[in-house]
Write a protein that binds this ligand. Structure first.
Ligand code: C3B
Length: 829
């Protein structure tokens, strides 16, 4: 029997001592074997990229061993499992992260060294896995790292896009988008599971059948596509646990369309089949506008259907009663993108498992939790009914049924308050009748989470007010966090060593609250000196990068002032640019004496604009136009530089963040649900210049306003300022810098006109004018603090020391306990 066979094999393997070993010599042998047999190059002649491939395959072997052990252990223990459903994961590079989590970085570096290679150079060969847009997608990646490290029995599910987020190319200061065909050179980090595949159905119609004398619905699909699993092992740090990120790729199905093959048009039939692959081919690059495109909806259902077939198959392996399903499974919806999972589970339970509706609904309501990442009602997904009805006819019926029962309940609760009923209905009537995915999700999820404390407030009082009044207990928040493994240990190894040295332990890498221990050393002169040394080297590395990317020479003595994130009006890169113009203008008007007191600055901006987002693209162009002027003005020299870093992505962030002095998080208050970039800067000892928005409010509480530069209208003040008109409260300098842009001081007068117009009169929705004065004051404070090196370094140390609360370990711990009801399940070594 198979159990006996397994036992025998295991004993034999242990006898042979066959597990992969991690000493440098064994690693070296594995690397050379992979050079020869996997990469198929000569052992005696391979380059950096081939070394990267061979090392990655050697690491992958070790990940697979741990993965198997972990999955077998989970299977044996059968704990409640979490499935994290997200359409986006921004994983970045895997090599450094993996060797660090496996605890074998130094051994790998040694092994490579003896072969004549350098670990850093080899690691640089890896391209980014950019299967996501921005904060939401990187959050998923950080949370996977925490789930693995904290030994939670969890899996992530996503889509394996062939084209990740577009590459940004700058030409003449304008953004152009280029496809990111990231799989061109192979991907050693995934394991294709040709046998784990499911048929996903689309279109067709719903018929009624009699089963044991009862009528039941049967969906007869018009198209089938195959979903094939690609597994990406996610190793935890300091544990053997290695969990899985399973990404689905679309392939033509054998059952696709027998019809067309019989008509004799063989070539066209093959080409038609091939079209199936387009479903998972490209990531949508607009991170928060929903255009009701059929392909996007297809992606969402494809993802949901494959994931649920997989999850239910695993459940049925060892369970037969669906009432136990919620005791064994928690389903987490990362925003509403995967919310078709709700009608899909209903469909499976009712149509395929033949559970009675109410019983099925009872189960579904215990399964799902939602995290919302939105503050604007316009940001909420709406799917036109016509589209949904044609692509997924049975799901539309189910959604209507869910809505019918929900409306009946509402009437009992609130009476015939038709306004309220129509606001809360899952179905939106109007010119285009649509399904409100958020309403569907809230009705069915047991918990709706915000991503920061103030975000929950906004959900309760604005976005989901009606629902909060009905179900206050559903609404919670879990402030976002980021993983210190990636954002300190991987990206800033020298700071990592320094922290461990001063804390006398590496335990903070798993237990991040220990960082607080740095507080007691914040005034120690030795620490300060070592701290500055580390920061200086990181700045020099960044300066080198800037010179290679843009040809601009910058001095590491200057303050490196950074804003890197997606370009959005609400994130106010324009405010930053207007501030830079003001600084330039001031310097130009100073005499020599005054200039001597100016703190030199290198302003660094990076980020992508969604391809169709005109205003964001103009902001990028403005940045280049202003930079062109300033950087070529010899009269200003090193006092001010403005650099745009092209093609911002995870690996660029890993380089930029450790080398920054000041970072800007300056969204109009009430618009940034959380923000996570700030947390990465904080961990690296960079000071924040920020508005009191999103998670910054909690960062202020943690590290104190005196250790940061806070400015601008507060969340509760924004509506009144808007009412009055922000332009009215704008200082004179504001009008002056806007006029410089308007009058063509930086060229492209006509092109920038609309940017300027939006700041006039009753416009200025994002309050740039109103906040400009206090923004300049905060910047002046930063200059003042920077000159006082002792003070600045103390603030920097205190920033890192206070960053522990913003680890994704804390966030995941809260989700596990309060939302998912899962417990650690640690695989023994
Ligand atoms: C982002 C928000 O803009 C950030 O404030 C937040 O920190 C992250 O999500 C993670 O919660 N977000 C995004 O990247 N994409 C969206 N469509 C919506 C929100």
């Amino acid at each position: 029997d198979s159990g006996e066979r397994r036992g025998k094999a295991e004993r034999l393997f242990r006898l042979m001592d066959g597990f992969r070993k991690n000493d440098p010599v064994s690693l070296q042998k594995d690397i050379l074997d992979h050079v020869e047999f996997t990469v198929a190059r000569s052992r005696f002649n391979f380059d950096d990229f081939e070394a990267y491939q061979a090392l990655s395959h050697s690491i992958r072997d070790r990940l697979i061993e741990r993965w198997h052990d972990t999955q077998q252990y989970f299977k044996r223990k059968d704990p409640k499992r979490l499935y994290f459903l997200s359409l986006e994961f921004l994983m970045g590079r895997s090599l450094s992260n993996s060797v660090i989590n496996l605890g074998i970085r130094d051994n790998c570096a040694n092994a490579l060294n003896q072969l004549g290679f350098e670990f850093e150079v080899v690691a640089e060969q890896e391209g980014d896995a950019a299967l996501g847009n921005g904060g939401l997608a990187r959050l998923s990646a950080c949370q996977m790292d925490s789930l693995a490290t904290m030994d939670f029995p969890a899996w992530g599910y996503g889509l394996r896009y062939q084209y990740g987020l577009f590459r940004q190319v700058i030409f003449d200061g304008f953004q152009y988008e280029q496809p990111d065909y990231w799989l061109n050179f192979g991907n050693p980090w995934e394991i294709e599971r040709v046998h784990v595949s499911y048929a996903v159905k689309f279109y067709g119609n719903v018929e009624e059948e009699l089963l044991n004398g009862e009528k039941c619905k049967v969906w007869v699909p018009g198209e089938m596509v195959e979903a094939v699993a690609h597994d990406n092992p996610i190793p935890g740090y300091g544990t053997r646990n290695t969990i899985n990120l399973r990404l689905w790729a679309a392939k033509p199905s054998d059952q696709h369309d027998m019809e067309s093959f019989n008509t004799g048009d063989y070539i066209n039939a093959v080409i038609n089949r091939q079209r199936a692959e387009t479903i998972s081919s490209v990531l949508y690059p607009d991170d928060r506008s929903y255009q009701g495109k059929e392909l996007r909806l297809k992606q969402q259902y494809f993802f949901v259907s494959a994931s649920l077939q997989d999850i239910i198959r695993r459940f049925k392996d060892s369970h037969s009663n669906f009432d136990e399903f919620p005791d064994k499974v928690a389903l987490q919806l990362n925003d509403t993108h995967p919310s078709l999972a709700i009608p899909e589970v209903m469909r499976i339970l009712v149509d395929e498992e033949h559970l009675e509706w109410n019983r099925a609904w009872g189960i579904v309501c215990k399964l799902f939790s939602l995290t919302s990442h939105t503050v604007l009602p316009e940001g909420l997904e709406k799917v036109p009914v016509d589209l949904l009805g044609s692509l997924l006819p049975r799901h539309l019926q189910i959604i209507y049924d869910i809505n019918f029962f929900f409306m009946e309940d509402l009437k009992k609760h609130f009476g015939l308050d038709y306004d309220r009923l129509s606001r809360m209905s899952i179905v939106e009537e109007g010119a285009v009748k649509s399904i409100r995915m958020a309403n569907l999700s809230i009705v069915c999820c047991h918990t709706v989470n915000g991503v920061s404390r103030v975000h929950l407030e906004l959900l309760k009082t604005r976005v989901f007010k009606d629902f909060y009044e009905l179900w206050p207990q559903k609404f919670q928040f879990k402030t976002n966090g980021v993983t210190q493994r990636r954002w300190i240990v991987v990206s800033n190894p020298s700071l990592c060593s320094l922290i461990s040295k001063w804390l006398g332990t590496e335990a903070w890498i798993r237990d991040v609250d220990l960082l607080m221990g740095l507080r007691e050393h914040a005034t120690n002169a030795d620490l300060r000196q070592e701290w500055n040394m580390v920061r200086r080297v990181n700045k020099m590395r960044l300066a080198e990068y800037i010179e290679t990317m843009s040809g601009i020479k910058v001095s590491p003595d200057a303050m490196f002032d950074v804003q890197i994130k997606r370009i959005h009006e609400y994130k106010r890169q324009l405010l930053n640019l207007l501030g830079i113009i003001h600084r330039y203008d001031c310097i130009k008007n100073m005499n020599m004496n005054e200039r001597r007191k100016v703190v030199p600055r290198v302003c660094i901006i990076g980020g992508k604009a969604a391809p169709g987002y005109e205003i964001a693209k103009k902001i990028i162009k403005l940045c280049h136009a202003v930079g062109e002027k300033i950087n070529n003005d010899s009269d200003v020299g090193d006092l001010l530089k403005l650099v745009f870093i092209p093609d911002y992505n995870v690996s660029v962030a890993e380089l930029v963040i450790p080398g920054s002095d000041l970072s800007q998080h300056i969204s109009t208050a009430g618009h940034e649900p959380s923000g996570t970039g700030s947390m990465k800067f904080l961990m690296n000892g960079c000071l924040l210049l920020a508005t009191a928005d999103g998670s910054t409010i909690e960062i202020i509480e943690e590290i104190g306003e005196d250790n940061m530069f806070i400015f601008g209208a507060k969340v509760h003040e924004v509506p009144a300022v808007r009412e009055k008109g922000s332009a009215l409260t704008a200082p004179l300098q504001f009008a002056r810098v806007v006029r410089m842009v308007r009058d063509g001081y930086f060229g492209f007068k006509d092109y920038f006109k609309s940017l300027c117009d939006a700041l006039d009169g009753n416009g200025d929705f994002y309050l740039l004018g109103h906040d400009f004065g206090s923004y300049l004051e905060a910047q002046a404070e930063a200059d003042k603090a920077f000159v006082d090196k002792v003070k600045w370094t103390r603030m920097s140390i205190l920033s890192t020391a206070g960053s522990g609360r913003f680890s994704s370990d804390r966030t995941i711990g809260e989700y596990a306990e309060k939302t998912w009801g899962i417990e650690p399940c640690r695989c023994p070594f």
